[in-house]
Design a protein around this ligand. Structure first.
Ligand SMILES: Cc1ncc(COP(=O)(O)O)c(C=O)c1O
Length: 483
């Protein structure tokens, strides 16, 4: 039984009545609930520095009043049916039960896109969800266990606040070898969302302008808006973004930041071509605009080697590179990292220390060991192969439906975990139809910065989380719409 916080009122006499009143107060204020066990007479006697018989007398009083029951070997419990339960405390200043309290809330950001609820559905086409069920938990457990068996005592304290030493070392090597990112400072974060929020607070002030892809990632927008920024939409075309329009945005407004998902554009999965990357970089340099490059699923690229990140060719150090373990592992890991120019790192860490002294290093320590052993690479090879097969299967299924006369249009995604499908029908209606049949998917309206751009004909189909058989069944449920 947990301790009870009791404050006997010295004005009440005798002692057993005073203690009975204090226990009753603990029950009515919801500290302890119906049927929960109460401390033994011995324990309470110690706590209240009184005699055990006084406590037993207090309990007898409460039993007589119906608040408490007592059974042999089970000790005292709060009665299952209480005379009064969980009434709110009333303070010395009188009865406040007639009053209500109103929070004054600054801003209420729009909830991302409902994908948080996706797991409630039997068939889940949420865009970026990995195959969590088949994560190698057993294998990972040994690295977790190792990081507790041989803890880094220094790292578990307040120091070392850019993250676990081994994790940072491993990520640094990985970024150099796999992504060509060399002279940046690596900082661990509790997921990219935390980094987006901190960067926004660090770099933006109310009224600042941030240019974002017109179809894009709402959680990032929310972070910018929470810092008071105004969002400007970058026009997209089938294979990238409209550089001319971007330049005119830079000319017309003093843009502070540009947020991009260049490798697999979110949500369309288009890869930003090299010429456009260079053009964006030149413009950013000319107009003094920092670039946030969100490379959220770099590891999953099937066609060829993925293009190296913009952060790998960043002579001015203006690219802030973001990455996450939410796709490699699972979103609940809450591990990500940023690679930033050394001139920004100290400010970022100082700012972070206001919110959170340092990220949770235990999980990082396990990941560091997992990487050091080469096990992460093996995991990536396995999942990469599996997700490629799942993409190929989805493409095959969609081609079959097309052959059956359903008008569909799509590009096979070169990587990532989702496909952007032009379904040429009311996307919102199909989304609702699917959800009513226990299938989660999102139509294009969820991804538009400007609602007037919504053509209501695209849906996003995540293919990584379900195996082929399940995906095909889910897809069949959606495509019954056409029969
Ligand atoms: C564009 C984009 N960025 C980042 C993330 C990952 O965010 P986090 O690391 O906060 O889980 C996702 C996941 O869906 C994403 O789609």
């Amino acid at each position: 039984m947990k301790d009870l916080l009791l404050t006997p009122d010295p004005a009440i006499k005798p002692a057993f009545v005073r203690i009975a009143a204090a226990i009753r107060e603990a029950i009515t204020s919801d500290q302890v609930r119906a049927n929960e066990s109460l401390p033994s007479a011995r324990k309470l006697a110690e706590q209240l520095k009184t005699n055990r018989h006084t406590i037993m007398a207090a309990y007898q009083e409460l039993i007589a009043q119906g608040w408490v029951t007592s059974k042999q070997r089970q000790g005292y419990r709060v009665a299952a049916d209480l005379p009064v339960q969980g009434s709110r405390k009333i303070t010395d200043s009188g009865d406040l039960s007639e009053r209500t309290f109103h929070w004054s809330i600054n801003s209420t950001p729009q909830v991302p896109d409902g994908s948080m609820k996706a797991l409630d559905f039997s068939y889940n086409f949420a865009g970026g969800l990995p195959d969590i069920e088949n994560f190698p938990f057993q294998e990972f457990k040994s690295y977790m266990s190792d990081s507790l068996t041989r803890p880094d005592i220094f790292g578990l304290g307040y120091g070392n606040n850019n993250g676990d030493g081994l994790f940072i070392e491993q990520v640094t090597t990985y970024l150099r070898r796999a992504r060509g990112i060399t002279d940046k400072e690596i900082i661990a974060v509790n997921g990219s969302q935390e980094a987006l929020y901190l960067i926004s607070r660090l770099l933006l002030k109310p009224g600042d302008k941030v240019a974002v892809e017109s179809l894009g990632y709402r959680p990032a927008w929310n972070a910018f808006k929470t810092a008071g920024a105004e969002l400007l939409a970058i026009r997209q075309h089938k294979t990238g973004i409209d550089i001319r329009q971007l330049e005119s945005l830079f000319k017309q407004h003093q843009v502070r930041l540009i947020y991009l998902t260049p490798l697999h554009q979110y949500p369309t999965t288009v890869t930003l071509p090299i010429t456009e990357r260079l053009a964006v970089y030149r413009l950013a340099a000319e107009y003094n605009v920092a670039i946030i490059e969100d490379d959220y699923d770099h590891e999953y690229h099937y066609q060829s080697q993925p293009l190296t990140p913009m952060a790998a060719n960043d002579p001015l150090g203006l690219v802030i590179y973001l990455s996450t373990f939410s796709k490699i592992m699972f979103p609940g890991a809450r591990i990500g990292f940023i690679a930033v120019d050394k001139s920004l790192a100290a400010d970022f860490l100082n700012y972070r220390s206001i919110v959170n002294h340092k990220p949770n290093v235990l999980m990082q320590a396990a990941i560091g060991r997992w990487m050091e052993d080469g096990a992460l690479e093996r995991h990536l090879r396995r999942t990469g192969k599996k997700y490629r097969q799942r993409r190929d299967n989805l493409v095959k299924q969609l081609n079959n439906y097309r052959q059956q006369g359903i008008a569909l249009d799509f590009h096979q995604p070169a990587g990532g975990m989702a496909l952007w499908l032009d379904i040429k029908q009311e996307a919102a209606e199909i989304e609702a139809y699917a959800k009513a049949r226990d299938v989660f998917l999102l139509g294009e309206s969820h991804f538009h910065l400007l609602p007037e751009n919504n053509e209501n004909r695209y849906i996003r189909l995540g293919f990584a989380a379900m195996d082929e058989e399940k995906l095909n069944l889910g897809l069949a449920r959606v495509f019954r719409y056409f029969s």
